[in-house]
Design a binder for this molecule. Sequence first.
Ligand code: MG
Length: 254
Amino acid sequence: MMRARESRVVRVLAVSGAIAALVLIWVTVPCYGEQAPRVRQVRNVASTNLKPPSDAIVLFDGKSTDAWVMQRGNAPCAWEIQSDGALRIKPGSGNIITKETFTDFQLHVEFKVPDMPGAQGQGRGNSGVYMQGSYEVQVLDSYGLDSKDSDCGGIYRVSVPMVNACLKPGEWQSYDVLFFAPRFDDKKELIQPGRLSVLQNGVWIQSNVEVSKATTAAMPRPDLSKPGPIMLQDHGNPVEYRNIWIRPLEPTSR
Ligand code: MG
């Protein structure tokens, strides 16, 4: 009788212990499939101050904004070149676009977001690089975050970067974007979405992501089948740009 009671106590203790252990594991270990923060600081990558390839069109070299106009009204570029050759957004002046338009291309852009410790979320050094004025790769201070699709390196509201490769605000960073424009048939029906791959600071963050429609705050561009400009976004923050060049590709089949 005594032995039966003891063995029941042991069983109860064992079951209770097992349940407690499972609860502890559940609380402390991320669920299977849950993403851990994907932050990757990779150093010693030659990704800024890159010399443009011999066949590149230089869009900004630190000396002139001749390749650019304001998106509104094609007015002369109001953003100002700083003494160090950076092009700083003049907050409130509006987006700028290239005079030239492009279809498929390789684009290199260097950018620096300001340190804005008093600002939050989308207010921390927000700008953006739009392919064909329509598809935004976000520029933002997202240093050290578990990135979302609205963070730096995100294709805005479309695709989360595979890793967060952001450097600290105040440091020069780079995007290298490989872009295939969307294809349309004779009736302007979409037959192939656009595709983007992106390296940030030399790190692969977006891989062949489809863009079927323009992202938020794109420029008005009723006919997406036509070539479009590169657009840099004024989101009210003094983000800086430098060393911008592009290698248009022949629009061959892919
Ligand atoms: Mg933006």
